[in-house]
Ligand binder design. Structure first.
Ligand code: PLP
Length: 485
């Protein structure tokens, strides 16, 4: 911003002329037309928006109603799209119908139908009509909720939804944004209802599980850097950084490795036991070996539901070691975290009382569409310390009394994602969501039984939730061929 001594200009900047009082009609016109910036022929009018919006809803509903009639994967080759589109952007606006015709002609042939009933690749991609409608409302409102002042409802709904979901999953109260000690029944595995410790808990929605893991790692890194600086003031940050080590299992998602690349720390991929679970002794041995080399362990990422076979690390064992060694323990439950809303799967979170932060993606397995990654942290100040910058132009008069969620992640701008949680949870109710999870798990058991009846196949790992990991008996090449076909 350029300093300007011209008092007239300052005056104009601070007190814009109130044209509303002079000419209410003109002002109203210009306000109501902010989505029609040009007032030229090609602008979509409000009436056209209503019409095309309804057509779009029909288009989506038809697509989802008849999706089973399509092939799951497209039959196009890489580079198929470029020759179908003009080289340059159109100089003049084009009719809406032409755009939609081109969706059918050029885009739909290149779509992999993730919502298809026969789509079984990767991981489930959550979706539901309430969630789609919430996305529409979020787009329509067009807000950017980086601070409380930038949109109070966006900032306030988010922790309320993460509190709801945290209670639904019986997360320890140390994670719940409103900390009213109603998080869990006293007999549940992680219940810390008696805890009188100060609660600095916080929760936020981020764009992906990868982002949650990175934020956790950066928070842990800053915390360790600070404590090491205090212990040894002559040591420079660069020296400490070069010695930091994080730990995860060989089966952890690649996003842990990516986070370590970005955070510029060393990573150890540890072996797992016969249930594909990372155990305390393996972690402990590696930590001790690293410490003997003068390295500084600082972060462990356990997984609740690994990507390849949905196995579960032993958080109780890992947690005790992390507590003793003062390491940050993060748990990545991107897919399987959703199962914690069912009583019978709560045992999977045994040991969560030791956990510093946890993430799960309702956009994988709770009927919400991408993106919607939930991140809970025991010590929100550790995150804020690592991520916070505070330029003057973003401060507001409620800064002291409110939370600005821009301090909780990498991006400044934030979408109104919590609407998806609100719409979806309210539409299905916790009961409906539990039924959805249970049905997936039931179907997985049916499928596992079919595999077990067939001599050609074998199951790898335990079938606990909705994922069945299986292979053809014999050489890996056979299974690779099956996968490709
Ligand atoms: N963690 C686990 C266990 C996953 O299965 C996945 C994706 O499949 C991820 C992390 C990455 O998720 P995202 O795409 O939200 O970064």
């Amino acid at each position: 911003m350029i300093a300007n001594n011209d008092s007239d200009t300052d005056e104009k900047r601070i007190k814009p002329k109130n044209t509303l009082t002079k000419n209410p009609q003109t002002q109203h016109e210009s306000i109501s037309n902010t989505l029609r910036p040009n007032s030229i022929e090609s602008d979509m009018t409000h009436e056209e928006f209503r019409r095309h919006g309804k057509e779009m809803i029909d288009y989506i509903a038809d697509y989802l109603t008849n999706i089973h009639e399509r092939r799951v994967t497209p039959e196009v080759e890489p580079g198929y799209l470029r020759p179908m589109l003009p080289e340059d952007a159109p100089e003049k606006g084009e009719p809406w119908n032409d755009i939609m015709k081109d969706v059918d002609r050029t885009i739909m042939p290149g779509i992999t139908h993730w919502q298809h009933p026969r789509f079984h690749a990767y991981f489930p991609a959550g979706n539901s009509y309430p969630s789609i409608l919430a996305e529409m409302l979020s787009s329509g409102l067009g807000i950017v909720g980086f601070s409380w002042a930038a949109s109070p409802a966006c900032t306030e709904l988010e922790p309320i939804m993460l509190d709801w979901l945290g209670r639904m999953m019986s997360l320890p109260t140390k994670f719940l944004p409103f900390n009213t000690n109603k998080g869990c029944e006293p007999e549940t595995p992680n219940c810390d209802n008696d805890s009188e410790a100060e609660n600095n808990s916080g929760a936020v929605l981020l764009g992906s599980a990868s982002e949650c893991i990175l934020v956790a790692m950066l928070a842990a890194r800053t915390k360790k850097l600070e404590s090491k600086r205090l212990e040894n003031p002559s040591m420079e940050d660069g020296q400490i950084l070069s010695k930091l080590v994080c730990y995860t299992s060989k089966l952890a998602h690649s996003s842990v490795e990516k986070a370590s690349l970005i955070a510029m720390v060393q990573i150890r991929h540890l072996i797992v036991d016969e249930h594909y679970s990372l155990r305390g002794q393996t972690l402990d041995e590696c930590i001790q070996a690293d410490k003997e080399q003068g390295l500084i362990p600082f972060f462990v990422c356990g997984t609740l539901g690994t990507t390849s076979c949905c196995s579960f690390d032993n958080f109780e064992e890992l947690g005790q070691i992390c507590q003793r060694e003062q390491l940050w323990l993060h748990v990545d439950g991107a897919y399987a975290g959703a199962a914690l809303i069912c009583d019978e799967y709560r045992y999977l979170s045994r040991g969560f009382e030791y956990v510093d932060s946890f993430n799960t993606n309702p956009n994988k397995w709770l009927l919400m569409n991408f993106d919607c990654s939930c991140f809970w942290v025991q010590d929100k100040f550790a995150v804020i310390n690592a991520m916070s910058v505070d330029p003057l132009y973003l401060q507001h008069k409620h800064t002291e009394k409110s939370t600005d969620l821009r301090h909780w992640g990498i991006a400044l701008s934030r979408r109104f994602r919590s609407l998806k949680l609100w719409f979806t949870i309210r539409s299905y109710g916790v009961e409906g969501l539990r039924h959805y999870i249970r049905e997936h798990c039931r179907l997985a058991k049916v499928f596992a039984a079919l595999i077990n009846e067939d001599d050609r196949f074998e199951i790898v790992g335990d079938v606990v939730l909705g994922l069945v990991c299986f292979r053809l008996k014999g050489k890996n090449k056979l299974t690779e061929k099956l996968l490709l076909s």
